[in-house]
Design a protein around this ligand. Structure first.
Ligand SMILES: Nc1ncnc2c1ncn2[C@@H]1O[C@H](COP(=O)(O)OP(=O)(O)OP(=O)(O)O)[C@@H](O)[C@H]1O
Length: 472
């Protein structure tokens, strides 16, 4: 769901997602979908229900999006055979239709009862990407796929380094409250996983967790995606559509890349946070829902506020509780655990069985700076699984140049990392109170404050009061 991001107009793929294109169209009616493949979809074609079931059975529980092209070739009898595939929890269906088919009762029923959404074909691939992306996200929620290789604290979040232990403790505390949570951290550090963990540990866990990537949706569609629309709200709005807020009722709404939210939607979100209600597009009724908001971004939201791109009042409403996702390079042995996990997860994609990582690869994993964090690590290991020719994955298979890419840490680097970690943990234990934290660490408050500035643990050099501390 919140799986794509837009950088400078191009959509970058985080992980390849599986799309099944079900079609029996004649020549000229089959969509090529090459653009979707470039956007990171792994495309599989299936002409009938049997093929779809075969694909589902080959990877039980694995999430798929499926585009069911209903424009030609399927009789009512054929469609009846899709019953099991349409009801599977790990597949999100989108129907593709000719506009005229929407008056056809069996087609309407199929869409209404089984599909996440429908599109009128042909349609721009950007739109298709968004819609099937959402369907895939819903399938992921339904798939119950949890990677429990972890030796760690928080369910499918692998890692038990001090930084991750601190994060796990904090997110469990956050889960017990109803306050909005803001998750900061570099791209690929696992902010969405952290948001899901907060939801899972909250009393809302039996209700939906709905995620949306505000940066991956065209600005003009964000408002209707979030708040839904009434029939006739605009040309093409042939029936009422529920927005993400309504879908998340009782549960949690995760707004990823919140910094990309257009100003109009910022105003609506602020109104929701103040009043607990909103209006659908084209509607006048105030709709009340019970939704907890978790937001995240890998950009500097404070900077966006300073530049007037993000409303300061909304920022303060969203950032009541703040979690900081640590970068991968600060997670020590977690790097090995994550690499082993990725190897296990993708081992069946390789040509031959792999035994593990060669010493040079282990060394490279620890010398690489990981600008793309866990996502980059998973992608590199996945690619190495496919490309490796030997029994062990080498640094070369990972396309990491070896220790030269980052010199080993100096004593000062190690001391700095330990100081930062000690201060972070003490701040958490003391709920951000500087006086108590300084006393525990046996340093003066001035020294503590100086060290926090040096290690990036407070917002600005000039603001010296306790309110600037964002760890609780
Ligand atoms: N601790 C972890 N254990 C296992 N997998 C992880 C962990 N952290 C991240 N991942 C995986 O890394 C990928 C990226 O994670 P995620 O999408 O949560 O990152 P993000 O911080 O939200 O990224 P972005 O800022 O780009 O939206 C996902 O495939 C996720 O499953």
């Amino acid at each position: 769901m919140a799986n794509d991001e837009v950088h400078g107009g191009t959509v970058q793929c985080k992980d390849a997602r599986d799309l099944i294109y079900v079609t029996r169209g004649g020549a000229g009616r089959v969509l090529s979908l090459g653009g979707l493949q470039r956007m990171g979809w792994a495309l599989r074609r299936a002409p009938d229900a049997r093929q779809v079931m075969k694909l589902l059975q080959s990877r039980p529980g694995h999430p798929y999006a499926a585009l069911l092209d209903l424009r030609e070739g399927f009789s009512e009898h054929d469609l009846a055979e899709f019953g099991d595939a349409l009801s599977a929890g790990n597949i999100g269906w989108v129907a593709g239709v000719d506009a005229g088919q929407l008056s056809d009762e069996p087609v309407r029923r199929l869409i209404r009862d089984y599909c996440y959404d429908y599109v009128t074909l042909p349609c721009p691939e950007g739109v298709l990407n968004t819609v099937i992306g959402h369907a895939h996200g819903m399938a992921r929620l339904g798939s119950g796929r949890v990677d429990r290789v972890s030796s760690a604290g928080s369910d499918d979040m692998i890692g038990d380094s001090p930084a991750m232990q601190a994060l796990n403790r904090t997110l469990r505390k956050a889960a017990l409250t109803e306050a909005p949570v803001f998750i900061a951290g570099e791209t690929g550090t696992g902010k969405e996983l952290a948001a899901m963990a907060v939801h899972r540990h909250s009393h809302r866990h039996a209700h939906p967790f709905v995620a949306i990537n505000c940066g991956a949706i065209p600005h003009e569609l964000v408002q209707s995606e979030l708040f839904g629309y009434e029939r006739g709200a605009f040309t093409g709005a042939q029936q009422r559509k529920l927005g993400r807020f309504e879908m998340a009722n009782g549960g949690t709404l995760f707004l990823d890349e919140i910094g990309d939210l257009p100003l109009e939607s910022q105003a609506s979100l602020l109104r929701f946070l103040q009043q607990g209600s909103f209006e659908r597009l084209g509607g006048h009724e105030q709709i009340r829902v019970d939704v907890r908001i978790i937001s995240a971004t890998h950009h500097d939201l404070e900077h966006a506020v300073d530049e007037g791109r993000f409303r300061a009042d909304l920022y303060h409403r969203l950032c009541v509780l703040r979690l900081q996702q640590p970068p991968l390079r600060d997670r020590g042995a977690d790097i090995d655990k994550l690499a082993d996990h990725a190897l296990k997860r993708y081992s069946d994609e390789g040509q031959h069985a792999l035994k593990g990582f060669a010493p040079c690869a282990r060394q490279a994993l620890h010398s690489h700076p990981w600008p793309g964090n866990v996502r980059e690590l998973i992608n590199r290991v996945r690619q190495a699984v496919v490309m490796a020719e030997g029994r062990l994955i080498t640094a070369e298979d990972l396309h990491i140049d070896g220790p030269a890419s980052r010199p080993p840490p100096t004593l000062e680097d190690i001391r700095d990392a330990a100081t930062r970690c000690a201060i972070e943990q003490a701040l958490q234990r003391n709920r951000g109170r500087l006086i108590d934290t300084a006393r525990e660490l046996a340093i003066s408050r001035v020294t503590l404050y100086r060290l926090m500035g040096r290690h990036g643990l407070r917002e600005s050099e000039s603001d010296g009061n306790d309110r600037s501390v964002r760890i609780f």
